[in-house]
Ligand binder design. Structure first.
Ligand code: NDP
Length: 320
């Protein structure tokens, strides 16, 4: 083996709640984990303001602060947290090979994938501006809806996520305007019916977002365009929710791991195991249903325990 190749017992890819929780458990189990943070240290939660639904924080905590605390907790038990982006893997042999920034090669006994998923956004400059300011743009109604209670909000999208989130918001907000770009939903019939039957949800078909309007700090409304008539109009709102899908960050694994049609890694039900022995998955990279910090943390714990058991079973075979 070349001197440049590092050998690692447990490599964790990703630095959201799943990755850090896996790191806390793996380091406490003497697996000497090395964690690569990726290009967005802290993951999706760093794009959220206050997290009020993670147990143990009665006064809430900001997403970035929470991620710093999780990193500190993982480092306290010896996790080696590093900057770097995993660009390539090779899971074809007994030793799992991983490359960092296309240069450094690491050979791993176990790999825990916690690369998460990225919410899709429209890409409008005004949308990105208020997203970065934390001023009223969100891609997670369950995380942020509470901040808009008794207010009017807008949601973009027509799939199951948009329907579910519109319904969730309708219980908190006085009015939810749903912007659907075609003349029909993509959501399942039952979800569509639920939205249509909710009094304070107004659905605007053939409607696209032209611009997110604001006062420079917070969102005050949206200018929309009817893509059939070309007519534009302004809708007042304090919250702008985007629910047009997520993209799991799993492209580099597709040659080795079983993925579903959208790219989520398929785990063995009830475990964090993938179809490759010694490779485990946690968090949103395998979860298109719950997508919560606390569920990601839970599956991070599962991945570390599964990895520990895998190593213990392998070592006991060698001893015999
Ligand atoms: P989907 O890909 O199913 O839907 C995305 C929606 O966003 C579509 O309606 C699409 O419009 C719209 N959209 C995409 N880009 C734009 C854009 N630029 N401007 C405006 N609208 C846009 O994603 P979901 O996240 O809703 O669902 C993902 C998967 O998860 C699905 O399989 C779904 O069934 C599942 N799911 C299941 C749930 C449940 O069973 N409880 C809950 C949530 C998700 P168009 O239709 O025109 O393409």
């Amino acid at each position: 083996m070349s001197e440049n190749i590092e050998k690692v017992k447990c490599l964790i890819i990703g630095s959201g709640p799943a990755g850090y929780t896996a790191a806390i458990y793996a380091s406490r189990a003497n697996m000497f984990p090395v964690l690569y943070q990726g290009t967005q240290p802290g993951g999706q939660l760093t794009t959220t303001n206050d997290v009020e639904n993670f147990p143990g924080y009665p006064d809430g905590i900001t997403g970035p602060e929470m991620m710093i605390e999780l990193q500190k907790q993982a480092e306290r038990f010896g996790t080696d947290v590093r900057n770097g982006w995993i660009t390539k893997v090779d899971f074809s042999g007994d030793v799992h090979k991983v490359w960092v920034n296309d240069e450094k090669e690491i050979h791993c006994d176990t790999v825990i994938i916690s690369t998460g998923a990225s919410a899709k956004y429209l890409g409008l400059e005004s949308e990105q501006k208020y997203l970065k300011l934390g001023g009223g743009v969100s891609a997670c109604a369950v995380c942020d809806g509470f901040f808009y209670r008794n207010q009017e909000v807008i949601i973009v999208g027509a799939g199951d996520s948009a329907a579910e989130e519109a319904h969730y918001l309708s219980k908190l907000c006085t009015k939810v305007t749903m912007l659907v770009r075609r003349d029909q939903f993509r959501a399942s019939k039952i979800m569509e019916a639920r939205v249509r039957n909710t009094e304070n949800i107004e659905i605007l078909f053939n409607t696209e977002t032209d611009e997110v309007l604001g006062d420079g700090q917070v969102v005050t409304g949206v200018r929309v365009k009817n893509n059939v008539t070309g007519e534009t109009s302004k809708i007042p709102a304090t919250g702008f929710f985007v629910a047009i899908g997520h993209k799991p960050n799993t492209d580099i694994f597709k040659d080795y791991l079983d993925l579903d049609e959208t790219g989520y890694i398929i785990n063995v039900p009830g475990t964090a195991k993938t179809n490759v022995e010694g490779v485990f998955v946690s968090g949103d990279a395998a979860d298109h249903v719950y997508r919560q910090a606390v569920t990601a943390a839970g599956t991070g714990c599962m991945a570390a325990l599964d990895a520990e058991r895998y190593l213990a079973a392998k070592e006991s075979v060698v001893e015999v």
